[in-house]
Write a protein that binds this ligand. Sequence first.
Ligand code: HSE
Length: 434
Amino acid sequence: MKPVKVGICGLGTVGGGTFNVLKRNAEEIARRAGRGIEVAQIATRHPNSKCDTGSTPITADIFDIVNNPEIDIVVELIGGYTVAKELVLKAIENGKHVITANKALIAVHGNEIFAKAREKGVIVAFEASVAGGIPVIKAIREGLAGNRINWLAGIINGTGNFILTEMREKGRTFEDVLKEAQELGYAEADPTFDVEGIDAAHKLTILASIAFGIPLQFDKAYTEGIARLTTADVNYAEALGYRIKHLGVARRTEAGIELRVHPTLIPADRLIANVNGVMNAVMVNGDAVGSTLYYGAGAGMEPTASAVVADVVDVTRALTTDPNNRVPHLAFQPDSLSDHPILPITACESAYYLRIQAKDHPGVLAQVATILSERGINIESIMQKEAEVQDGLVPVILVTHRVVEQRIDDAIAALERLDDVVDKVVRIRVEQLN
Ligand code: HSE
């Protein structure tokens, strides 16, 4: 059988890794796919010193790839939303299957792209868009197909996890670690996407769609970044038996679906609390299977290429199948997607860590407890750091039971109105993940 012809658009970190893995493991990959896979053309404006492209034809124009009649599968690795969207839509229009690692593109324009792909009977595969080398999309979409998924929670941004880990373990500065992540090719072109939670929200949007069978709704995801976390809170969290991680959480409730990315305290003895560096991990809880955990490298040249190449093999095997019998893009049949709403953050439920900077007076704790109890907020633990009294101020740290966020917002507003409370109250959400 003739080899399948692949065109790679973009020869950066992931494009270079994809070329190298396809070449190095060509024989093993062909044994799996049932036929050879050949890179017929690459589009790039800059050579990649880590790739020996040999005699593979190279063009500077990415549209040469989608217009090349020889090419069966277009691999989009240029990133961004605008040109990448045009490129993918053109490839689909030309009847080509598409593989992408572009989470922003899928999270923001995926509904439109999948509709077009269905019209044309082609596959758009996107395993590499979430959690780098971890095959979590395949696991949820196929491996957990018998379950009603209750919730999922993940560390899905390698750069952010790398920064938090280095800051906690080595006391390095935020800026210093971010620079290293950029040099290692982990960070997004705009690193605020990593540290502000936008990249994680793109990935969470995709995971929530395939877990709950809902359309992609990135605009409704709540995001809060890690840039404002302080060493003090990292240390207090440790003293309380928790670890702070930047977590994406998607949970199905009767009222709607929670879709939120924010720093989160997790019990330090959970496996996921011990996922460090650039590693990612996603927990998925299904009604039949219970909790499952998927772990691996969330970014980087060959880990991400591993997911891209797995999609190349999947698409190659499916080339001759009836389009109606393929795994649906979003796991559920397109006419069976649900309109269960995404909840605003004020309607989401969580436990909370609060740090209140209070005057060291008798009765302050009583006032704090009254404000919380008046709003039905149950305190799980409380810690007052007498040893840290400075200028007559003492940090009061407490963890609440689970409560709807609106009530915590009201309580924080009331606490901040007290004469004995100075500064803003620090609030970090807490998830037990059990
Ligand atoms: N910037 C992303 C991260 C790359 O750090 O996780 C992988 O999607």
